[in-house]
Design a protein around this ligand. Structure first.
Ligand code: SF4
Ligand code: ZN
Ligand code: ZN
Length: 317
């Protein structure tokens, strides 16, 4: 199989675009696509300082490299962020994940911050799993959201980019329909305006790029990344989520471009009306412990409440 643009051997076939490309032309094609998505969804309009959340996996490290290239063209500042969540489970997952993130930050010479939640907030996700009676990923999501908002305020960031890819987004859309979770679906978008009380917007620049394309880009461009998945992943949503993901991949094989149509149509045509219907402007209160925004009428934010349950914070503080 030859590249559609030169005489070299093609290394990837892109069925929905009906082309096959060599290493160089695939990298160019993906970088171009990445830039077009960012422009189409106005992700970086008016942005001067962007944080990239890097877990060390293929998606976030590739995102960092692609954002780095764009920062050289458009002149915005980049800050790498890694959160050491304290996930070990006998596999040293967080330690390895931070090592890979730092390797990439240093390779590119990007300014960066590693936030170790044990040092910063007094507990790890593994400890929270044992002590807090809610799914570990829900606590982890809360911790990540809080930490990213906090670092964004401290670092004066205008936006934070995360590495959600097209397969993740397609899975969120289908799971949302399946469970009828309209509020989650209403908030599922590639550019989220700042949460009430914060100034940073969240962007998902890889949301229309397939996982396979990201993996191929990472490998051919020799981006160092951690292959391991979080050891808690297999407990998230269990077999149903796995099946939804696999079925989507099967549909993609039969109908090339299926996931892209599903996500693009959702984002462009369905999410907006859902948001109008279901997301209401809420007033906020300030947490009496950390001073960060929380729902109206609540004295303590969910994050400080989690710290109290972990016994690392005194309510009377
Ligand atoms: Fe956190 Fe769950 Fe993701 Fe692991 S799988 S990083 S616990 S959200
Ligand atoms: Zn070529
Ligand atoms: Zn708080």
């Amino acid at each position: 199989m030859k590249c559609a643009k030169c005489d070299e051997k093609a290394i990837i076939k892109i069925p929905y675009a009906n082309i096959a490309l060599c290493k160089i032309h695939f990298s160019e094609w993906l970088e171009h696509r990445f830039e077009r998505i960012i422009k189409k969804y106005h992700m970086l309009d008016g942005i001067e300082r962007v944080g990239v959340a890097v877990s060390g996996g293929k998606d976030s490290t590739t995102l960092l490299h692609l954002m780095y290239k764009l920062s050289k063209i458009y002149g915005f500042e980049l800050v790498g962020i890694n959160i050491d969540l304290g996930i070990d489970m006998g596999k040293a997952y967080s330690t390895k994940s931070s090592e890979f993130a730092v390797k990439n930050f240093e390779m590119l010479g990007v300014k960066y911050k590693v936030i170790r939640i044990k040092d910063e907030y007094g507990f790890t996700i593994d400890e929270a799993k044992k002590k807090i009676k809610r799914p570990v990923c829900s606590t982890c999501g809360l911790v990540k959201r809080y930490t990213l908002n906090d670092i964004a305020e401290r670092e004066g960031l205008d936006a934070i980019a995360t590495g959600h890819n097209l397969n993740d987004m397609a899975q969120f859309v289908l799971s949302g329909y399946f469970s009828g979770d309209v509020l989650d679906l209403s908030r599922l978008k590639p550019v989220s305006q700042p949460e009430k009380g914060y100034k940073v917007k969240k962007i998902k620049p890889l949301f229309l790029i397939y996982e396979k394309e990201i993996l191929t880009y990472a490998i051919i461009n020799r981006i160092p990344f951690l292959y391991d998945s979080c050891p808690h992943t297999f407990r998230v949503g269990g077999a149903t989520q796995d099946k939804i993901r696999r079925k989507l991949e099967e549909l993609e094989d039969e109908i090339p471009g299926f996931m892209m149509m599903l996500v693009q149509n959702f984002v462009d045509k369905i999410q907006g009306p859902l948001e109008k219907e279901y997301v209401k402007e809420e007033d906020i209160s300030r947490c009496k412990i950390c001073g960060r925004p929380t729902s109206k009428g609540r004295e303590i934010c969910s994050f400080c409440a989690a710290r109290i349950s972990m016994g690392v914070l005194n309510e009377a503080r």
